[in-house]
Design a protein around this ligand. Structure first.
Ligand code: ADP
Length: 357
């Protein structure tokens, strides 16, 4: 396999918990990201999915060097970005750009669209000669499907979908190789979401981009992702090609998330079981021992409290699924494969369970 454009290993971000704002004693840590590994191949889209608070944005901010990891490596073309500073770091940052979630708050309302998109050239003047910037900005507007004549307008003069197009144009200004998109369509109407996702797909082909696409909903990333990583409480619990994850999930958390995805076909909807998870997500400041999903898992047994499950391909899939095609961090992934890799078991009463969807 060719070297991935991005290789993440053992990525950790802990925020200290202190007794007071100033001079407080550290009494613990919020384990926002707690040991994340993944590869991103060139030209590929990796979807990262999980409930709010599981650490997705923190991963995103570390990938674009907005935040320093507590531990771990982020290798961009083999070089560990977390160890770079100064000019070397700036050069890498140019190639890994972010598209933010909320197009209403991430665009400065007092700047024209032209200045918002062109601001990247003030930070990286080497990316475009001064005399050429205006032309490039207009070209970027055209590329994202907006009229280049709008260059002097302000953000409030655009709809939500158009604003996200402006955010994408800004992300493209420096011709990056990787775009980290943090819930880029979550704030948009459903009808507009598909348009923006289609646009991102087209831009990926046109510019050979690699995407890390973050969402809290498995249905959103399905159409754009080649591979999906499911996060829970700071860790990846299951990862695989989109077919493996959507058609043959082996981790109970993925099965639960999938059971909540809307199904358009009424007949399929009737036969489907909706899994209701017991309780709330534990605090990342107080992570359960062993498998961190066990407190909400209907399959949990004694072993789950003792042993941390390793993210690995289940034995039964080792020969059918290629390398990195499907990894699961569940002690009982093997059983899920044996059970036809789909149907979840019914939970004991009072501890979450399945109900008709
Ligand atoms: P997601 O993007 O999946 O919603 P986040 O990465 O935003 O999750 O947050 C993960 C966890 O880390 C949450 O519990 C959040 O409250 C915590 N967190 C994020 N940023 C900070 C911070 N600067 N200080 C303390 N805790 C933080």
């Amino acid at each position: 396999m060719a070297e991935p454009i991005l290789r993440v290993r053992g990525l950790v971000k802990h925020y200290p918990l202190t007794t007071g704002v100033l001079f407080g004693k550290q009494v613990g840590a919020v384990r926002a990201v707690d040991g994340v590994d993944f590869d991103l191949a060139r030209g590929e889209t990796l979807g990262i999915v999980g409930e709010s608070g599981c650490g997705k944005s923190t991963v995103a901010r570390m990938l674009v060097s907005l935040e320093k990891p507590t531990a771990g490596e982020i290798r961009y073309k083999g070089e560990d970005v977390t160890r770079l500073s100064g000019r070397a770091l700036k050069a890498v940052r140019r190639n890994i750009q972010m598209v933010f979630q909320d197009p209403y708050t991430s665009l400065n309302p007092r700047m024209t669209v032209g200045d918002i998109i062109g601001e990247a050239y003030d930070i990286h003047p080497e990316a475009a000669p001064k005399g050429d910037r205006r032309r490039r900005v207009r070209e970027l507007l055209d590329v994202v499907g907006l009229n280049p004549e709008y260059v002097n307008r302000y953000p409030h003069q655009f709809s939500g979908g158009q604003r996200q197009r402006i955010g994408i144009a800004r992300g493209l200004a420096l011709r990056p190789e990787i775009i980290v998109a943090d819930e880029p369509v979550s704030a948009l109407d459903v009808s507009v979401q598909a348009q923006v996702i289609n646009l991102m797909g087209r831009l990926q082909d046109e510019f050979g981009l690699s995407y890390v696409f973050i969402a809290h909903d498995l249905s959103i990333v399905r159409h754009i992702s080649d591979r999906v990583a499911v996060m829970y409480l700071g860790r990846i619990v299951e990862t695989g090609t989109d077919t493996e994850i959507y058609d043959h999930p082996t981790h109970p958390y993925t099965q639960a998330l999938l059971s909540a995805v809307p199904v358009p076909d009424p007949e399929a909807r009737e036969h489907r079981e909706r899994i209701i998870l017991a309780g709330d997500v534990p605090s990342p400041a107080n992570v359960p021992s062993g498998c961190r999903f066990r407190t909400r898992c209907w399959k949990a047994r004694e072993r789950c409290a003792r042993e941390v499950p390793v993210l690995a391909v289940p034995e039964a899939l080792r020969h059918t699924a290629g390398p990195a095609a499907h990894d699961s961090a569940c002690h009982f992934a093997q059983e899920a494969v044996a059970a036809g890799r789909s149907a979840p078991q019914v939970a004991p009463s009072g501890e979450g369970g399945t109900v008709p969807g």
